[in-house]
Design a protein around this ligand. Structure first.
Ligand code: NAD
Length: 267
């Protein structure tokens, strides 16, 4: 019998995009889970096994958002190696054997939280405001002090784990995920003799607060794969949350190797 710390059988939930993974693949993974002595349980799992690409991890975190203190996530990649994975599809036995022996590497990642008017939203990669058709105008405050009035297409605040996602496409720095921080990056800033912004990504420490006071209507608020419309000018207060996501990795996993394989290549 496979035990959790409370001496119970470990319960595993599967997360995947059903249109992308064949039913037979899921059936054989389920059989393997049972053969290792684990239980299948989607409602109160100890471990969420996400299968597919990086977007599947984002969806899994949001799906189990209310259970984050009890759940650990582990990823099995299908196709190319994703950023949140460390077991590929040929390593199913290694994955279950590592889970059984409790030898996976465990990483804690703080969620990013934003208070938007009276609502709170969370993200694992980033929270962003965007306005693709009209100039977005937003005052930016860091720890209560005014930094700038930004004009452009948008602003992205990312976590260290999310620094390799949208943030990197904007020229933001990659931050080792074990350094909890927030990074503010600009989308198509207007910079001329009249309007100026920092025109560079800005990394702040884990205790900082970034406030964006938008001055334009009809802005899109994006958080990971999700989004909502802000119809009126809003105040958005961003902080690193106390809520953490526990991500399990292969014991041989290395972030430097992952960066090299995803972005640099072997040559
Ligand atoms: P998706 O799953 O197709 O993801 C989009 C791409 O982002 C994929 O190539 C995925 O591998 C990659 N990605 C996601 N998180 C990553 C991370 N932490 N590090 C490196 N790469 C990562 O699409 P989706 O489900 O809508 O995912 C939403 C995410 O897409 C957002 O969180 C955002 O970071 C990313 N995104 C990127 C851009 C861009 O780079 N221009 C634009 C919009 C959204």
């Amino acid at each position: 019998m496979i035990s959790t710390s409370k001496n119970q059988i470990m319960k595993i939930a599967l997360c995947y995009k059903s249109e992308k993974i064949a039913d037979e693949t899921i059936s054989s993974i389920k059989e393997k889970i049972l053969s290792y002595g684990f239980e299948l349980d989607d409602s109160k799992p100890d471990v969420v096994l996400f299968i597919g690409g990086d977007g599947t991890f984002l969806r899994a975190v949001h799906q189990y958002y209310n259970e984050l203190s009890k759940v650990k996530f582990v990823g099995l990649c299908k196709g190319h190696l994703g950023f949140f994975y460390s077991y590929d599809e040929s390593e199913l036995d290694v994955l279950f054997s590592d889970l059984k022996r409790g030898v996976c590497k465990s990483e804690s990642h703080h969620l990013l939280s934003a208070k938007v008017d009276n609502e709170e939203i969370y993200a694992i990669n980033e929270i962003r405001i965007e306005s693709p058709f009209h100039t977005l105008i937003s005052d930016v405050y860091i720890n209560g002090e005014s930094l700038e009035t930004f004009r452009g297409n948008g602003l992205v605040v990312s976590t260290s784990l999310g620094s390799t996602a949208y943030n990197k496409s904007l020229g933001g720095a990659v931050i080792y995920p074990q350094i909890p921080s927030m990074e503010l990056s600009e989308i198509a800033p207007i910079n001329n003799t009249i309007y100026h912004s920092l025109h560079s990504s800005l990394i702040v420490d884990k205790n900082s607060e970034i406030v964006l006071k938008t001055k334009t209507d009809n802005i899109l608020l994006g958080y990971d794969h999700l989004n909502k419309n802000l119809h009126l000018a809003s105040s958005i207060s961003l902080r690193l949350s106390d809520k953490v996501v526990i991500l399990l990795r292969n014991k041989d996993y290395s972030y430097t190797k992952l960066l090299k394989s995803k972005f640099v290549g072997d040559k």
